[in-house]
Design a binder for this molecule. Sequence first.
Ligand SMILES: [Zn+2]
Length: 285
Amino acid sequence: MSAFRRTPSFKYPPVGICIYCGCADGPLTDEHPIPLSLGGHLVLPKSSCRNCANKTLYFEGVTARTTFGKLRMRYNFPTRRRKARPAELEIGVINRDGTPKRRMVPATDYPAVVFLPHFGRAGFFVGNNPNIDTLYWKGKAHPTVNVDEHMALYGFDGVYEAKFMPHELGQTIIKICYAYAIAELGIDSFEPVCLPQILGKDNNISYIFGQKGETQPEAGDTIIWKITLAYIVSRSMPPVLTAQCVFLEKMGMPIYEVVLGFIRNFDQFAVMKDKISNYSLVNQF
Ligand SMILES: [Zn+2]
């Protein structure tokens, strides 16, 4: 069984204003660009007001508990409530005759079948009107075990049950990429376009969020967070800052893509552009 190897936390310099709403009054909390519950070790001090922290913690919590819930237990991810983590997990299967079947299996033998929503390309990249919601998704399982062998071992005959929340997953990925970009490049480095989606003021995440492709499954159980910042230059608009984000790279996961904002300061862009393309974050465990 692979267990999470905790990477020591890395602290950026404090920001001093909320990176989501810009307010500087009141207490500011420390932001984890990648949620602690999903293995993140980066800390951006004094960068989120309580109001915005409540909003981001909500969809991060939904993502950690539902979409990645069983997987976190299977790989023993960090939790603030470790004592509550069970030794056995319930697995549910819909058998071929349509009947549901449930039983407890040891946590170490849980298949951690991850159903990750696969999305279309962000509307921004295909020239859509920002008001058109093109979000569609199809679940695709990424099993960590041989499904046939596992089904036979526990007397199952069908498909695994799973729950995932695509909108909250999208918000989580957008937030991770935005907070990471601010941490690496600075609060004034670009003009964000993704804040309405993060703060829930615009429910159409499909304009700035989507999928670029899929990683190729590889042997080995190395599990990686990877974020790559990039920019797009065109004649019709200022340079656009984007990010690609992959979780569990070697399992054939989707490569998510986020439009973060415009880089309007051309002097700064000249300094930034060589750095941007080379930024990537690998959190290995
Ligand atoms: Zn705020």
